[in-house]
Design a protein around this ligand. Sequence first.
Ligand code: ZN
Length: 462
Amino acid sequence: MRLKWIASALLLATTAIPAHAGTPAKNDSAQNAAAINMLVKSIGYRTVAGQGQVPAYAEYLAGKLKAAGFAAEDVTVQKRGETATLVARYRGTGKGKPILLSGHMDVVEARREDWERDPFVAVVENGYVYGRGSADNKAGVVVMVQTLIRLKQEGFRPNRDIILALSGDEETEMATTAALATELKGAELLLNSDAGGALLDEATGKPTVYGIQAGEKTYADFRIAFTNPGGHSSRPSKNNAIYDLAKAIDAIAAYDFPAQINELTRASLAAAATKTPGAVGEAMTRFVANPSDAQAAATLSADPEWIGTIRTTCVATMLEGGHALNALPQSAAVMVNCRIFPGVEIASVRDKLAELAGPNANITVIGNPVASDASPLRPDVLAALRKAIDARSPGVPIVPNMSAGATDSLYFRAQGVPSYGVGPYYMKASDDFSHGLNERVTVETIEGGLKQWYVLLKELTR
Ligand SMILES: [Zn+2]
């Protein structure tokens, strides 16, 4: 989960989707206690890459689902290398295509000596659950599993299959995500517990706005290299790999990719504009009205908080070059990290970098980045989410957003499955320690999240 996106875009936002009063759902203290207990147990599985603990964690969750009445053949733990996936099918009447529920079982590494407490021994204290993965993404996983258990126990019959699809290497390779997306690509849509959420006011602790993530930028790294025969440094020429590289870097630094807008950024910028004073707020309004307004785009691009919202960005992040103090360099290279606007091809960004770097550059894509377009803002999803959020925090505004990437949704969008980050997380910006030290999540995130997902799933499958 990445909560940072809402810090600015949504702190300032007003209602983009009309709120209507709702009645909070009945509290179920037994279910709340079971969910907190499950989260505490979940954190105890050290599901860090390379530790081989994901399969055991998946079996633990599978056991809970089967104990609640899921048929054994509908719950599959598949080992994939040292990690695993969990797929659980809640059978419906088959009127529609399945709805997928997404989360990840793996967590980012955490070292005991760096933390105040053991990161893999959960502590519940002062309204928080502490532990690695509490926020990213085990609370989301637990909320989804507990909601399915509750629906099963109530005998609820959805009008379509609901398929829980948990990945096992979201924080690293995303190979399990890619496999799940290929296997489940015929689905109607996906609800991701690992993106989206509400920002809480620092002073009052009250939710100010709920963000639904419906698109993300494509993450891609490029290596741009120059080679040269080299030679002794006492016999230099103007033909030098480091000089070539320096010129390429200058050209990349000076270039701005075209400004762009989509349904999501239009909504989040319009919302933020109403609460942002001065030149930046004016630029938001002008840019929403006319995305070709170069002056408005320049004002927003000058602000690191907003540049990523309106264009593809590429930035030099690492350097390699030379091999000895007294030798002409035989090679020099720069690593460039790009966050590509949804809908833009990775190849077109590569081509632009190649053009900027010049004909002698050798440019390669690092890894296997996947591009995805934004998902359409479906009225059925927005209406169901409105009811779900009202069950938990009546009237809190909902604003769509695009994140900087990358979540599991990326692979499903790339397979044509519209995907929505509708996570249970209600969090202060100052409490966002995902990937960091002393990660924690509020107990309210679990309790409120259960209400939210119960209503959300029923609304979308009745
Ligand atoms: Zn995550």
